[in-house]
Design a protein around this ligand. Structure first.
Ligand code: FE2
Length: 392
């Protein structure tokens, strides 16, 4: 085995994953901006390679060959700023130039990767896989006519929404974060610690489109992923609109989730409550996660009833949509930013972002570890984010 062989294979698989996403975009749409707060698609074509280059070239002593692109494609936009980006397609280089840069980055890194520190390779792999998800939800909001479905894009069947049922979770401690001497984790996953959690009850299922439809009938606005066709609500899927699947989880912003919970006289789980209900440890649990609607298995959700209950009687805590928590994204005690990527988490400890846990149909399998934390702003409506209710 040559050094880093497993990680180099994982990086090459992650590259195939992101390359296949760009192949779905019609060439003329590369300069579109499907989400007004984010960069145009062309940025991401350069960003994934520029990130790897900026991360690894210093450590590997590789000389810059296109400092302009290294800079242009270095960072995305945090979609919280008040002003929407105003750049024009003509402000960006031609796609062929970006592809040539990308090829040269991969060629330049190729032989050197065996010498790269393993932690940096993990960062490159997981950064790319996280973008495989954020890029998918960006593509989700690109008009159907500007993308080509892959051969297998069938949607799950749907049926009536199940009855809501609450499950008692006994009081105890939740273990958050991970140990320093364990496997790879991002800066915000450290350090491991215990949080006491009093007994509470949590819904067996995620809140469904059918549940949320009652709220909309009572006057709430429809979520971003719904569209009205001839007076009937549809779910706006990745490649087609379908009549609202009542037993699928509803994709919502945190603001919408909290408004629904208030309407029901309930709450959203805290991050610690989520851990109590979701994670019990052991190989069996990890094997169960692999069977969920995760790891690029599908483009859209499936029914909330499609998974077996876990040991506590709760279904689908992991997969089929991230779950919003009521917890602000903050550092754990002992937090230390990565010296090579100081802003990864620290730029978002501003009280304006909330933690999501679990994973979506487009979340890579390696990101399903219990300590992984995702975070977004409460009003951000574009992501694969679901929720469930708790009673304290
Ligand atoms: Fe990035």
């Amino acid at each position: 085995m040559t050094p880093n062989e497993g990680l180099r294979v994982a990086l090459s698989q992650a590259r195939q994953q992101t390359d296949s996403l760009f192949d779905l975009v019609h060439p003329a749409a590369l300069y579109e901006r499907p989400i007004p707060e984010r960069h145009r698609i062309i940025f991401y074509l350069g960003h994934l390679e520029a990130f790897d280059w900026n991360l690894l070239s210093g450590a590997l002593d590789l000389p810059a060959f296109h400092a302009g692109f290294d800079q242009l494609f270095s960072f995305g936009i945090d979609p919280g700023s008040q002003d929407l980006p105003t750049d024009q397609p003509a402000d960006w280089p031609a796609a062929d130039e970006v592809r040539a840069y990308s090829a040269r980055v991969r060629g330049g890194l190729h032989t050197a990767l065996a010498q790269a520190p393993a932690r940096l390779l993990h960062v490159a792999i997981e950064h790319r896989l996280m973008h495989a998800e954020t890029f998918a939800y960006m593509l989700h909001h690109l008009p159907f006519a500007q993308k080509t479905p892959p051969a297998s894009a069938a949607m799950a069947p749907s049926g009536p929404a199940p009855q809501m049922r609450m499950v008692e979770i006994p009081g105890g401690t939740a273990t958050l974060g991970q140990k320093r001497d364990g496997g790879f984790g991002w800066d915000n996953e450290f350090e491991q610690h215990q949080v006491p959690v009093p007994a509470f009850s949590i819904a067996q299922y995620k809140v469904t489109n059918g549940d949320y439809l009652e709220f909309v009938k009572a006057g709430a606005a429809a979520p971003h992923f719904w569209t009205c066709r001839q007076g009937r609500w549809c779910y706006h899927g990745m490649f087609e609109d379908i009549p609202l699947p009542l037993d699928w989880p509803v994709y919502v912003s945190l603001d919408e989730a909290q408004a629904y919970a208030r309407w029901k006289g309930m709450s959203l789980p805290t991050e610690a409550q989520f851990h109590r209900a979701a994670y019990h440890g052991g190989a069996e649990e990890a094997a169960a996660f692999a069977l969920e609607n995760v790891d690029f298995r599908s483009w859209d959700p499936e029914p909330v009833t499609a998974s077996p209950r876990n040991a506590l009687g709760v279904s689908q805590m992991v997969g089929n949509g991230w779950e919003w928590t009521a917890t602000r994204f903050e550092p754990f005690a002992g937090f230390e930013p990565f010296p090579f990527y100081p802003g990864y988490s620290a730029n978002f400890f501003d009280g304006q972002h909330y933690v999501l846990k679990g994973g979506s149909p487009r979340t890579a399998g390696c990101l399903l570890r219990p300590s992984f934390r995702n975070w977004f702003r409460p009003a951000y409506p574009y992501i694969y984010a679901t929720f469930r209710l708790v009673e304290n």
